[in-house]
Design a protein around this ligand. Structure first.
Ligand SMILES: *[C@@H]1O[C@H](CO)[C@@H](O)[C@H](O)[C@H]1NC(C)=O
Ligand SMILES: *[C@@H]1O[C@H](CO)[C@@H](O)[C@H](O)[C@H]1NC(C)=O
Ligand SMILES: *[C@@H]1O[C@H](CO)[C@@H](O)[C@H](O)[C@H]1NC(C)=O
Ligand SMILES: *[C@@H]1O[C@H](CO)[C@@H](O)[C@H](O)[C@H]1NC(C)=O
Ligand SMILES: [Zn+2]
Length: 549
């Protein structure tokens, strides 16, 4: 065996050293990123407002009151069965109910109340400093139907209290927000509070059936007044506790967009005939093949093109080792993370446009060749794609002229709201959440896979955030629109406290505070570290020949 020539050996060793060097630098960059990322701590910029913030400190009597206010609202059966089928009796009862329960809101001279579209409500709260751009809090008073079958309590509309929870349709979706907002304002007014920044409260009455008569009319009204909002807060995501695997602490996820959707009708027609002399392919066979192709070739994985990567990055400091390292270094680990996320339906829905074949019709008799077959496919569109792009991929994937593709209902994903420490709404939410929920580790952006009334507001603001300040555990998910919807009394008190603080926090004027940015400092420190590391590690490699001899 011939010995390696000296120059070859030298080259190999130098190569190895370079490899080690690169690996070392990578390791240092990875660790530096991991441990320099900190969830920004709540800073006390509000203290500079000159007035002390009013602490919530609700009295026992007030806590009783807020609980009863929610229960009373649950008992009104404001059910939406279909766009033209709602319980209008209950919807009509809602106005006298809130007038009775929130007297201070209805008597304040600087609050205007209007009924819109017969049953929706719009409150305009005039701030003392009109130059501050107003914001809006949105919620809806209608609920989906509920039959008592399968509930642990006798009646989904009785608001029964059990083990510290109030059970009932609407306790999470979304009368908790309706009553929470009005209750927080009521308590603030009783403490002689007068907001500086104006805001609106919108309570839609047909969110569950599209919001065409409620939210859409509220928007038209505000648009006619030339209103532009600094931010909009609606229902949507929650404080997730134990839902994201690997997180040490509960995380507040605020949805910054909603997926779009398109429903495609696929159909195939062919000559009918007797089954004794069949053609090679029947319409059912042709359609099945097209559908099989759609399932076998899912839409592209778009991890990193929407807000999902930013979410993981912002949660990074709260992941257990070694996930914290992975999430803080998506520049390196994105391919691994994205293929991991594809594995489960719930996370797969975050990284791509999903394909769901939901209906299939074909055939009339066992011995008749079917003249036609059709199927319905429902796509939920990732924020980085559009309806047109999805339809183009669908027709390329099927690639069969015999299959007719027709889009019935379709809408693009909603614009992605800004998410950075400079954005007013984001600052306010982060601050308020970390103050009111000290157990929460991080506040991060997310994607709503369902739709809300905020879909109607895109002309009024680009800063729409969907967040319900309620702690959600894994077994809470199926309660939404499902059995045993409930909220703990403690959670509801916290929600009122959150809104009580949020309204006050929104009074600050960000243009008047000197800018302090935790992230910038960290990033600065990090690049310094990386620079030092690179010099240290690369230096010995510079004269490789000398070292190797
Ligand atoms: C409609 O609401 C009223 C009042 O809340 C209730 O008495 C009635 O049973 C409800 N009807 C339906 C069909 O839900
Ligand atoms: C689909 O097929 C079913 C059964 O053949 C038929 O009733 C229905 O009208 C068809 N739908 C479309 C959209 O073609
Ligand atoms: C937004 O405004 C444009 C132009 O005025 C209008 O055509 C569009 O319908 C509006 N969109 C919504 C959702 O109201
Ligand atoms: C939203 O953003 C677009 C593009 O930046 C801008 O043209 C539009 O005026 C914004 N709309 C609102 C309501 O702020
Ligand atoms: Zn809802």
């Amino acid at each position: 065996m011939a010995a390696l020539s000296p120059w070859l050996r030298k080259g190999l060793c130098a190569g190895l050293l370079v490899l080690f060097g690169v690996a070392a630098v990578l390791l240092i960059v990875v660790l530096a990123r991991t441990y320099s990322m900190k969830s920004p701590a709540p800073s006390d910029i509000w203290a500079r407002m000159g007035e002390p913030r009013i602490e919530a400190n609700f009295t026992p009597l007030e806590r009783q009151e807020l609980k009863e206010a929610l229960k009373g609202a649950i008992r009104l059966q404001t059910v939406s069965f279909a766009p033209d089928d709602q319980n209008t009796t209950a919807l009509a009862e809602f106005e006298p109910y809130i007038r009775k329960v929130f007297p201070a809101v209805f008597s304040a001279t600087f609050i205007q109340h209007e009924v819109i579209g017969e049953y929706s409500h719009l409150f305009t709260i005039q701030g003392s400093e009109p130059q501050l751009q107003p914001y809006m809090l949105l919620a809806h008073i209608d609920v989906v139907p509920a039959s008592p079958l399968g509930w642990d309590v006798d009646d989904p509309f009785s608001a029964e209290e059990r083990d510290g929870f109030i059970y009932g349709r609407g306790t999470l979706d979304n009368k908790n927000s309706v009553i929470g907002i009005l209750q927080a304002l009521e308590f603030l007014l009783r403490r002689k509070y007068r907001p500086r920044r104006s805001f609106y409260i919108g309570l839609g009455h047909d969110e569950e059936v599209g919001g065409g008569k409620g939210a859409a009319k509220i928007v038209a009204e505000l648009e006619s007044r030339g209103v532009q909002l600094s931010f909009l807060l609606d229902e949507g995501s929650f404080i997730l506790d134990g839902i994201i695997t690997g997180l040490k602490k509960p995380a507040a996820i605020i949805a910054v967009t909603e997926k779009g959707a398109v429903t495609a009708e696929l159909s195939v027609t062919s000559a009918p005939g007797h089954s004794s002399m069949p053609p090679k392919r029947t319409s059912i066979g042709i359609l099945s093949e097209a559908l099989a192709r759609l399932e076998q070739q899912p839409m592209p994985n778009l991890f990193g093109k929407g807000p999902e990567a930013l979410m993981l990055e912002q949660l990074a400091p709260d992941f257990n080792f070694p996930l914290n390292i992975v999430m803080a270094n998506l520049w390196l680990f994105a391919p691994a993370v994205s293929s991991f996320l594809e594995q489960t339906p719930s996370t797969n829905a975050i990284v791509r446009t999903t394909t769901a074949i939901t209906m299939f019709h074909g055939g009339i008799k066992s011995n008749v060749i079917p003249a036609s077959a059709n199927a319905t496919v429902n796509f939920r569109i990732h924020p980085a794609q559009t309806v047109d792009e999805v339809l183009e991929i669908v027709s390329k994937t099927i690639d069969d002229k015999r299959v007719t593709i027709e889009a019935t209902s379709a809408f693009d994903p909603l614009p992605v709201s800004p998410w950075d420490d400079e954005t007013f709404g984001v600052q306010i939410f982060r601050q308020t959440i970390l103050n009111v929920f000290p157990d929460v580790g991080s506040v991060a952006p997310g994607v709503c896979v369902a739709n809300t009334d905020s879909i109607h507001f895109t002309n009024l603001t680009n800063a729409t955030y969907r967040f319900n300040p309620v702690v959600f555990k894994p077994d809470d998910m199926p309660r939404l629109h499902g059995l045993n919807e409930r909220i703990s009394i403690e959670s509801f008190e916290k929600q009122v406290e959150f809104l009580f603080q949020l309204i006050q926090n929104s009074d600050i004027d960000p243009s008047q505070k000197p800018h302090e940015n935790v992230h910038e400092l960290n990033q600065g420190a990090m690049s310094l570290l990386v620079l030092c590391a690179m010099q240290l590690c690369l230096f010995p490699l510079q004269p490789p020949g000398d070292i190797l001899q």
